[in-house]
Design a protein around this ligand. Structure first.
Ligand SMILES: NC(=O)C1=CN([C@@H]2O[C@H](COP(=O)(O)OP(=O)(O)OC[C@H]3O[C@@H](n4cnc5c(N)ncnc54)[C@H](O)[C@@H]3O)[C@@H](O)[C@H]2O)C=CC1
Ligand SMILES: N[C@@H](CC=O)C(=O)O
Length: 502
């Protein structure tokens, strides 16, 4: 018997057991089991999707809906394997909380034989995540593969198309296809949960969508990548090299499969674009974000920042302005005493500026198997309980077309590090170019213990010079640096980092 036939039979017996009259059953839209029926005699017929009927049955106390919720998990890496472990280990506690058993019944991954420290012997195995997503034996599909397209997109789409609820932790997927997937979910009546996609274990999606559902949000900013924050913190506290810190972050399961996404800022941009949509109600637009990563940050930058009373953090910032939304991701000097500076290691923090609550800071572990699996679990629980919210906070058809604010020139202090050729007149020429653009220099730092000596291509020695500017326009600094480079007094690319007061 097909899935739809057996479901139809279950609905028929459910309705007739209550003495109600079904008026019409039919599969109205291909691939979407939509039924029209009267809940009670004399009432208007209603169009309902399978998921809504199940929810109605659950609310009316139908015993079938107390059957185990059968979960299929695609991707058994850091997050997937941890999720299966928790679901198996805490099964009794979860059943008690939910009043219904949660059971992983099937998995898909690349290697069946790999030891992941979990027992998958009794579970149905799928080589193809799409086949798992469509399989009749599951009630809920969890995607933990990663990647913006490929099997992640294909499987999530396949599940939503047949009205099957989905939970994913995949921010790259949501940043690119979030609006399409939310629309599909709304059409088929399936829930789409993605709490784990932003800031790991911090319940920021639920906070924005539900807790702050009616708030008007002016600005969202914060630390959204655990790998980068872990690297910057350890470089600062222990003097360890960038490369070694990244290796450790990978070993701890914090980094993306391709860590370029972390260290070049793209992962933060994906998360920021999702938050931005939840905060401001515009379509998701990661391609509109100006992104700078942390791969060029050196020990020198971190130590000078510390001496000046700052820490370097990779921030994602999105703001509502008169002319649209401004979004940017870049390393930032933040004052040591600020709340955001106290967020170290793998911790993330999301700050919100709202109309009535004013300022809100959510902090917690932003990456790693257990915190991320915990957020995945919270979505599973919501779905099992029948909680229903538009995935992106407002129905996808109500999202506004993205309006990009013209990039406002950042005005503030800047940290500039450059390798100046060790020749007479170099520093004076640099200072002249700055002066021509009306840039006032607050301090120039040339410490011999920090000044790595470099060699220019023409063989001349070079010396690291750091300058801190007073309030100035970013465009002026960039123009001055371009002229300094043209003058031939520096080697390589200058480092430019914004100083924010916060
Ligand atoms: N690791 C973390 O701290 C966090 C990860 N995420 C997201 O969670 C997702 C999973 O992340 P991780 O577990 O860290 O990744 P991972 O790389 O450790 O695991 C990915 C899993 O997907 C499987 N896979 C890859 N291609 C497949 C295919 N074609 N068919 C079947 N299985 C396939 C792999 O075999 C592996 O089991 C990603 O979207 C990631 O961005 C989100 C928040 C935090
Ligand atoms: N690679 C990500 C994982 C969580 O989203 C990070 O380091 O934050």
């Amino acid at each position: 018997m097909s899935d739809i036939q057996s479901f139809r039979q279950a609905v028929e017996s459910f309705i007739s057991a209550r003495g109600w009259t079904p008026t019409r059953f039919g599969r109205i839209v291909a691939g979407d089991p939509l039924f029209v029926f009267d809940l009670r005699e004399g009432r208007e017929p209603r169009s309902e999707t399978r998921t809504r009927i199940l929810k109605a049955m659950a609310e009316l106390g139908d015993t079938d809906t107390q059957a185990p919720l059968r979960v299929g998990v695609a991707g058994l890496g850091n997050v997937g394997a941890t999720l299966v472990r928790i679901l198996q280990k805490d099964s009794a506690e979860l059943t008690r909380k939910l009043g219904r058993q949660l059971e992983v019944v099937a998995v898909a991954a690349r290697s069946r034989s790999r030891d992941r420290g979990i027992d998958i012997s009794g579970l149905e195995w799928f080589d193809d995540p799409v086949a798992l997503a469509k399989w009749d034996g599951i009630d809920l599909f969890v995607e933990l593969i990663g990647g913006e397209d490929g099997p992640a997109f294909a499987s999530v789409k396949a599940a939503l198309e047949i009205g099957r609820p989905v939970v994913t932790a995949n921010k790259a997927l949501l940043a690119k296809h979030g609006v399409t997937l939310a629309h599909l979910a709304e059409e088929s009546g399936a829930q789409l949960g993605f709490e784990a996609a932003v800031a790991g274990g911090i319940p920021v999606i639920k906070t924005l969508r539900e807790g702050l559902g009616t708030a008007r949000i002016a600005k969202v900013f914060g630390i959204m990548n655990g790998t980068c924050n872990y690297i910057l913190t350890r470089m600062g506290n222990e003097g360890i090299s960038f490369a070694d810190c990244l290796k450790d972050a990978q070993a701890l399961g914090y980094a993306e499969a391709d860590p370029t996404f972390d260290v070049e800022g793209f992962d933060t941009a994906h998360k920021l674009s999702i938050l931005s949509t939840l905060c401001f109600g515009y379509e998701i637009a990661p391609e509109k974000i100006r992104v700078e990563g942390v791969s060029s940050i050196t020990q020198h930058d971190i130590q000078v920042a510390a001496e000046l009373g700052y820490k370097i953090k990779l921030l994602g910032i999105a703001e509502r302005t008169e002319s649209g939304i401004e979004q940017r991701v870049h390393p930032t000097f933040v004052p040591k005493g600020s709340a955001i500076a106290g967020v170290d290691g793998v911790m993330n923090a999301i700050a919100l500026e709202t109309d009535h609550v004013h300022e809100l800071l959510l902090a917690g572990p932003g990456a790693g198997g257990p915190p991320t699996a915990s957020s995945v679990l919270s979505d599973i629980l919501d779905i099992a309980r029948g909680t229903r919210v538009p995935p992106l906070g407002v129905p996808s058809a109500e999202l506004l077309p993205y309006r990009e604010a013209p990039h406002r020139a950042h005005e503030g202090g800047f940290y500039i590090r450059l390798s100046a050729k060790d020749v007479p007149g170099a520093l004076a020429a640099i200072a002249t170019r700055m002066g021509e653009k009306s840039i006032s220099i607050d301090s120039v730092i040339q410490r011999s213990d920090l000044s790595a000596k470099a060699i220019a291509p023409d063989g001349s020695p070079a010396r690291t010079v750091v300058m801190i500017t007073q309030q100035t326009l970013e465009s002026s600094v960039r123009e001055a640096l371009a002229q300094i480079a043209d003058d031939g007094f520096i080697v390589g690319e200058p480092q430019l980092i914004r100083i924010e007061k916060l």
